[in-house]
Design a protein around this ligand. Structure first.
Ligand code: HAM
Length: 422
């Protein structure tokens, strides 16, 4: 019988690799908490119409990449390709705006896009994200961008570039789109196939094109900053000043448009330069979306946020040894003492120690081999002698020192040794 495999572009995360994921998730959660964010959890599945309305019908995500299906009750549903739309749906649905002037939400979880799988680009991938509602910036925009760089720094990811742009208000964006289309139309035949297709429905995306011919054409075309109005410009200029005050170096990229239609004003992306990333160098992307909440049925409310891809963060992480997930490995000599050993483990675990053992009644040698491989700091040996004398043998697996410790002194002893290592 053919063996079943995971869906293409959707990966298993096995131990011990999962502990690297925990490290990234813990770091994100502790940094965001230190900026006053609280976690939101929304369903993995939402009505298809939510993403069509929020992300935009003419985007790659909605046109080509969504996992949409009709359920048994004839509802058209979609596995979320991103979380901003779902967070806004929840924010409006629960009328959060009436309870607090500003909300700072963070989230972590899988997203689904049917893209062509490559290194750093998957069909199920994980995002860590943050969204702020009720603040029109630019101070909060600066804080968010600084927070994103702080997450990367704390993870040890050094070589990054923050790219920044402003799309202006929705009407600026609209005027710019028209001007860009008018400029590109006469040379449409020279554009790549993808860009020709985008010309009518989403010409801004042509600015993102990787084709050198397209890039040469757009380089000569109109620039967004010729279109943004005085208040958009003031917003953007203050943001740049604030970021420089916060020591965040940015590069202005007027070609940065990003693949989602809801953005207004601030737009940013953080590129990583680690060679492991290959072509998928965007570690983090985000921006302001001041019109999305009203367009999904809420009242006027400015919003800004970002998301980073966990897999890409992991590809960029410096190589560090995996931390041990155990303090003690229990070794029981003689199956008759297994019950006694399990009582001891129960007591140690209740005191917060991480303890494992081989409960199959194996030989001393085989148990010691597992203890050595387990990464635990100590092996705790229990046999006839130890039971008779109410002792245990404690072997330090790093320096191989062995001591006999009285049972009633074990906790104090272990606490000192494990704490001094932490
Ligand atoms: P996005 O740029 O589509 O933005 O995705 C954000 C990040 O998710 C990317 O920078 C990348 O690290 C990661 N990512 C995206 N697609 C994939 C993929 N197929 N495989 C692996 N990683 C991927 C958003 O999703 C917006 N919701 C961000 C946002 C939040 N804007 C405002 N608030």
């Amino acid at each position: 019988m053919a063996t079943l495999r995971s869906v293409k572009g959707m990966n298993d995360i096995l131990p011990p690799e999962s502990s690297r994921w925990h490290r990234v998730e813990r770091c994100f959660s502790s940094v965001t908490q230190s900026y006053g964010f609280q976690e939101v959890r929304t369903p993995l599945v939402e009505p298809t119409a939510l993403f069509q309305r929020a992300i935009g019908d003419a985007t790659d995500i909605v046109e080509k990449e969504m996992y949409s299906f009709v359920d048994k009750g004839d509802a058209s549903l979609t596995l979320r390709p991103e979380a901003t739309a779902a967070c806004v749906r929840a924010y409006v649905q629960h009328n959060v705006q009436s309870r607090e002037p500003v909300s700072k939400w963070s989230y972590a979880g899988p997203m689904f896009r049917r893209e062509r799988p490559a290194k750093g680009r998957y069909r199920q991938f994980y995002q860590l994200g943050a969204e702020v509602y009720g603040d029109q910036g630019p101070y909060i925009d600066a804080e968010l961008i600084e927070m994103a760089t702080s997450v990367l720094r704390q993870l040890g990811i050094q070589d990054i570039e923050v790219q920044l742009n402003s799309l202006g208000s929705a009407s600026t964006r609209h005027r710019y789109r028209e001007a860009l289309r008018d400029y590109l139309q006469p040379q449409a035949a020279k554009l790549s196939e993808d860009s020709q297709r985008r010309l009518e429905r989403n010409p801004l995306r042509i600015l993102d094109s990787k084709s050198p011919d397209d890039q040469a054409i757009t380089a000569q075309g109109p620039k967004i900053h010729e279109f943004i109005d005085a208040s958009d410009r003031a917003h953007f200029d203050s943001l740049c000043t604030l970021l420089s005050k916060l020591n965040v170096k940015v590069t202005l990229n007027q070609g940065l448009v990003r693949g989602l239609d809801y953005y207004t004003r601030t737009l940013f992306e953080i590129q990583g330069h680690n060679a492991n990333l290959g072509a998928q160098s965007a570690l983090c992307g985000g921006g302001r979306y001041d019109t999305l909440i009203p367009s999904l049925g809420g009242s006027e409310c400015p919003a800004v946020g970002f998301a980073m891809g966990v897999e890409r963060l992991l590809l960029s992480l410096p190589e560090t040894p995996l931390p041990s997930n155990l303090d003690v490995f229990m070794v029981v000599i003689g199956e008759e003492w297994l019950g006694e050993g399990m009582q001891l483990m129960q007591m140690l675990r209740a005191q917060g120690f991480r303890v494992d053992a081989d409960l199959r009644g194996q030989s001393l040698r085989s148990q010691m081999r597992r203890a050595d491989k387990s990464g635990a700091r100590f092996a705790l040996l229990l046999g006839d002698d130890e039971v008779a004398k109410a002792q245990v043998q404690l072997r330090d697996l790093q320096n191989k020192d062995t001591q006999h410790v009285r049972r009633d002194e074990l906790l104090v002893y272990l606490r000192q040794s494990v704490d001094s290592q932490a």
